[in-house]
Design a protein around this ligand. Structure first.
Ligand code: PLP
Length: 393
């Protein structure tokens, strides 16, 4: 649902619940597993859905609710659900709608654990998955079967930064009566709103930019009231990947600064990508902010800016890649992204190790790829660190 407020204001005020007895500025953390009923009739009415109110924190919690409403407002969706992890959001989004005999079309490159869920777990439940190159629209059309029910992609893709055309995905899903699901983790709703392209369900690893401080693992899903109700009252209720109220509070706090953080992530990443692109020890840089990147044409139409993640290949051997990563000082060797700290990692041996080498290469994730999540430090300090590490190889 479109709000009157701008995104910058929604990051701070979106979802705010003004029902607190003592008027605190900061949202209280309702650190309570359960909620007290006035009497047996009220308990029964809440369980029957005849009276609004909280029952038990796996089913809903006031702190968590503020976060859900905030992300829904930013994604311009009707409702939201918070999950214990980003993978909780991915698994809840697919398991709530797919059943034995259904078919899912997924992008051939996705986050490593999403790939593991789709390629190993879903087939165990009789759900068929076809991985396709989503830049190739005819391949997507060809993957359609009579039992296809859902299409899933992330854009830009983790880790190779390929940009998928959301207008095509939204249209393809509508034409074929499929549920479309987009993982919007790399962009956040501030840089990209999949809803504008007809996407049905948008999810995030809130662990990343939304929280932004490297101290929470969580996920969020947005969609229509019906879709979110299905997610909440099937998979989340009964499988139970629910967020803790304290983690929800940390994300609410982190999101207040999301708009200023994203501006800095994007401007720092642009400078770092330009530095890497002209360096003679770098073979190739993948960053949609560079004019040479095929995804650059989507900036200003699908995405407001290119985000904070860059991938690149060094000239030379895999050992030189390890040497380079080990030589960085300011850039921290750790997986994850979207934090204040610049994080550097090697997808083939780390985040995308659930792929076999063959699957990884087919998905466009080479053994020599290095991924950087550009942080909020001074851009010149990040560049100086990368320059000295490159000197050493
Ligand atoms: N989606 C993307 C694009 C990711 O990068 C990740 C994690 O890196 C996830 C989902 C899973 O999120 P989480 O680690 O919070 O479970």
């Amino acid at each position: 649902m479109k709000s009157q407020l701008s995104d910058k204001s929604l990051c701070i005020h979106g979802g705010k619940q003004h029902d607190h007895a003592h008027g605190p500025l900061s949202t209280p953390i309702y650190q309570s597993s359960t909620f007290v009923f006035d009497n047996a009739e009220q308990g029964a009415a809440r369980f029957a859905g005849e009276e609004a109110g909280y029952i038990y924190s796996r089913l809903g919690n006031p702190t968590t609710r503020e976060l859900e409403l905030k992300i829904a407002a930013l994604e311009e969706m009707e409702d939201g659900a918070a999950t214990a992890t980003g993978m909780g959001a991915v698994s809840a989004s697919v398991l709530s709608f797919l059943e034995k005999g259904d078919h899912l079309i997924a992008s051939k490159a996705v986050y490593g654990c999403t790939f593991a869920l789709f390629s190993h777990m879903l087939p165990k439940f009789g759900i068929e998955v076809t991985f396709v190159d989503m830049e190739d629209h005819s391949a997507v059309e060809k993957a359609l079967k009579s039992n296809t029910k859902m299409i899933f992609a992330e854009t830009p893709i983790n880790p190779n930064l390929v940009v998928i055309d959301l207008a095509f995905i939204g249209d393809f899903a509508k034409r074929n009566n499929l549920i479309s699901v987009i993982d919007n983790t790399f962009m956040t709703p501030l840089l990209q709103k999949p809803k504008h392209f007809g996407i049905d369900i948008v999810l995030h690893s809130a662990t990343k930019y939304l929280n932004g401080h490297g101290d929470v693992v969580a996920g969020l899903v947005c969609g229509s009231k019906d879709h979110i109700e299905t997610i909440k009252f099937t998979v989340l209720k009964d499988i139970g990947a629910t967020i803790s109220p304290h983690d929800a509070w940390l994300i609410i706090r982190g999101m207040k600064t999301l708009s200023v953080r994203m501006e800095r992530h994007c401007s720092n990443a642009q400078k770092v990508a330009e530095f890497l692109a002209q360096h003679d020890k770098i073979e190739q840089v993948y960053y949609p902010g560079l004019k040479s990147h095929p995804g650059n044409k989507f900036i200003g139409t699908q995405m407001k800016a290119a985000g904070g993640v860059i991938a690149f290949e060094l000239k030379g051997t895999l050992e030189m890649g390890a040497q380079f990563i080990n030589a960085t000082k300011l850039c921290t060797l750790a997986v994850s992204l979207g934090d204040a700290e610049t994080l550097i990692q090697h997808p083939a041996s780390m985040t995308h190790s659930p792929y076999t080498q063959e699957e990884r290469l087919a998905a466009g994730i080479s053994d020599g790829l290095v991924r950087i999540s550009v942080g909020l430090e001074e851009a010149d300090d990040i560049i100086a660190d990368l320059a000295q590490a490159l000197e050493q190889i």
